[in-house]
Design a protein around this ligand. Structure first.
Ligand code: GTR
Length: 342
């Protein structure tokens, strides 16, 4: 298994190095005089990294964003979307974005929380009742302020994308809270998840997304957790065939740009990019709703054992120590999230 993990890491490193050598940041050229005013700025070719495959809803959103920017700048700003972790796993990509070596990424708030503490709030369990509640918060002023706060981490949040609710899935049968005990669970790389697993009697194994399939397959881990689309598209459902719909987290996706890239852009280009990101959201959310249903149908058809959780209260009680621990740190934003419930 070590070999497999190693191979995957080497592939990611090579992919990243290859990407860097090939792209090495943005390509810039100035246009000649006499062009139409909207074309008078610089030409750019940027890269956008996403961990998911090309047909996944986040990548559909990324592409819509790239198309809108291309259209609205008459082809002056091109954004090439690199799906399937071609530019590396999420943590490594965010580091490259901070340096400006990769200009854009769509990343989950989970790993982002390790770069900007504010985003940790999305890894706290059961803070949102529903997607509707989550989106009410995301679209509120505090939700937008959170995106803006990425500036202190050398990035700029452009928009949120949908990611549904996360559930546990395991190699062993898992039909109750008690079954979580002793399981080695892969979690997103964020320290809150370590406390969360401990509260459930499980052991957290933070690991890059791309390593989860082989780790489940070989038994290096017993379990993992994700939403229906990721559970299905990553084929984790083939090797962890027991799913329990506990809905412990709702961790939105974020589309972001490197602050160093942003600094280079004209005011007009910034406006186009920000607006295009926001205008890509309905496309992503629509694709999400459709894909989520299809993914659920596929895993059901594949014979996965699915346990519905009728009463989530025992789960909420079990993870209360995590909320108690982090409440002082996240008090303001948790109050704002509560306010979005009304
Ligand atoms: C997915 C998310 C990915 C990645 C993955 C994970 O839901 O869309 O960006 O963070 O979870 O668990 O690593």
């Amino acid at each position: 298994m070590k070999m497999l993990t190693k191979t995957v890491s080497i592939i990611s490193v090579l992919a990243l190095a290859g990407g860097l050598l090939a792209g090495c940041g943005s390509k810039e050229t100035s246009q000649g005089a006499g062009e139409a005013p909207q074309d008078s700025g610089k030409k750019y070719t940027f890269r956008l990294a996403d961990t998911h495959p090309a047909d996944y809803p986040t990548v559909i959103g990324d592409k819509k964003f790239a198309d809108l920017v291309n259209e609205r700048t008459n082809g002056r700003i091109k954004i090439e979307v690199f799906p399937a972790s071609q530019l590396g796993e999420e943590k490594a990509v965010v580091e490259q974005v901070q340096l400006g070596a990769i200009e854009f990424t769509r990343v989950s708030s989970g790993p982002l929380g390790e770069f900007n503490k504010n985003f940790g709030v999305f890894s706290l369990p059961y803070v949102f009742d529903s997607d509707e509640h989550l989106w009410k918060f995301l679209e509120s002023e505090p939700g937008n302020k959170l995106l803006d706060s990425l500036e202190s981490s050398k990035m700029r949040g452009l928009a949120y994308y949908s990611s549904g609710a996360r559930h546990f899935y395991s190699r062993k049968p898992i039909t109750s809270l008690a079954d979580m005990k002793g399981q080695k669970v892969r979690v997103q790389q964020n320290k809150i998840n370590i406390d969360l697993m401990a509260a459930l009697g499980a052991n957290a194994t933070p690991m890059a997304y791309g390593e989860v399939f082989s780790s489940l397959q070989t038994g290096v881990i017993d379990a993992a957790e994700n939403n229906f689309p990721s559970y299905q598209s990553s084929n984790h459902y083939e090797v962890a065939k027991n799913l329990i719909l506990d809905g412990h987290q709702r961790v939105p996706e974020v589309l972001l740009i490197s602050q160093s890239t942003w600094n280079k852009l004209s005011e007009e280009d910034r406006k186009i990019i920000k607006q295009a990101a926001l205008d890509s959201v309905p496309t992503q959310r629509e694709a999400w709703d459709k894909y989520e249903k299809e993914a659920e149908a596929k895993v059901r058809a594949a014979g996965v054992t699915i346990t519905e959780v009728k009463d989530v209260k025992p789960w909420q009680d079990a993870v209360k120590p995590v909320l108690d621990k982090y409440r002082p740190e996240y008090k303001d934003v948790m109050d704002q999230i509560d306010a979005a419930r009304k």
